[in-house]
Design a binder for this molecule. Sequence first.
Ligand SMILES: [Ca+2]
Ligand SMILES: [Ca+2]
Ligand SMILES: [Ca+2]
Ligand SMILES: [Ca+2]
Length: 325
Amino acid sequence: MRILPLFALVLGCTPTAETPVPPTPIEETGDVPDTDVPPPPIVDPDSDGVDASEDNCPDVPNPDQLDLDADGEGDLCDTDLDGDLIPNDFDLFPEDPDRPGRAINELVYPHTASELYTFNVNDYAIELIGAPGIGTMTDLAIDRYGVLWVMTFTELYICHPQTAECWLRGTLPTYGNGLTFVPQGVLEPDRDSLIAIANSGGWALVTENAGGPVTLTPIGGYGPGTSSSGDAFSIVGVGTYAAVTTAGVDSIVEVNPANGSILSTLATFPAASIWGLAGWQDAIYAFSASGDVTFFDPATGDASVVATHPVSWYGAGVQTEIPDE
Ligand SMILES: [Ca+2]
Ligand SMILES: [Ca+2]
Ligand SMILES: [Ca+2]
Ligand SMILES: [Ca+2]
C-alpha cells in the first residue's frame, strides 16, 4: 500500500520539468558577441552628415535636404528647382512653378497687334488668350521649353502662354519685324538662339543685357531684293522657313537657320500679306493680314485656307522642338 505515493513522487520528477541551465562561460578568446557590433560608418562623400544612399544631393553639402518640388533631387543640385520643366537657366521664375508658363503641345501661337491667340494644329480652332497691354506686338517666338517671347516696336518681353501676363526683358535698339528662335547647336551649343528679323530682311542674334538694351549682332539675312514679310520659324527635324517679300509678292522660303540665307522658294502668294508663320510636323501655317490661316504642305506644295478669324494677324510662333508627350 506504500507503492502508490512513491510512484506519484517519481512522476512529479519526470524529465519534462524545467531544469536550470548553467550560464555559458564567456570564452576568453577575445571574440565579441554579434549584438555588440557598432553600425558601419556612414558613406558621406560630401560630408553633410547625410548618408549618400539617402542624400538628395550626394555630391553637394546640403544638410537641410531642402527639395522645393519634392522630386527627390535637392534644391542645390536640381537643374529644375520648381519642376515646371523649364530648366533654372531658362526659367525667369526658377522657384515659381506657375510662371512664366509653357506653350501647350499641338498649339501654335498667332497674335494681332494687341492680342495673343492659340491655333490648334489638329482641328484649326482659334482661341483668344488675352491682351498683354504692352503696346503693338510685332512678333513672338517660343523656345524648346515652351517659353514665349514677344517683341514690340521698342521692347522685348516674356509672356505667359495661358494668361498673357508679360515681363519686360530689355529694350530694343532698333525696330524689328520678325522674331524666331533657331535650335541649339546652330549658333550656340547649349541654348536656342533668339533671332530678330529687320524689315530689310537682315537677321540678328539677340543677346540680353540684364534688362537694359539688348544687343543685336548681325548674322546674315535673305539677301538683296528680298525683305521680311514678317516672320520665320525653325523646328528641329522640320526645317527653318520664312515669309519674305520679293518685288511686292509674298512667298514662303526655306532658309539656312545659321544666317537666314534663302535655300529655296516653296510657294508664292500674290494676293496675300503673310505676316505670321508657324509650323508643325509636315505643315506650315501662314497667318495673313486678312485674317486667313493657310495650311501649306512643304512636301507636296498643297495649300488651302483652313481657318479665318476677323482680325489682322501680325505674327505667330511655335516652339523649336515638337514635344514627345
Ligand atoms: Ca548632400
Ligand atoms: Ca527638387
Ligand atoms: Ca523651372
Ligand atoms: Ca518657374
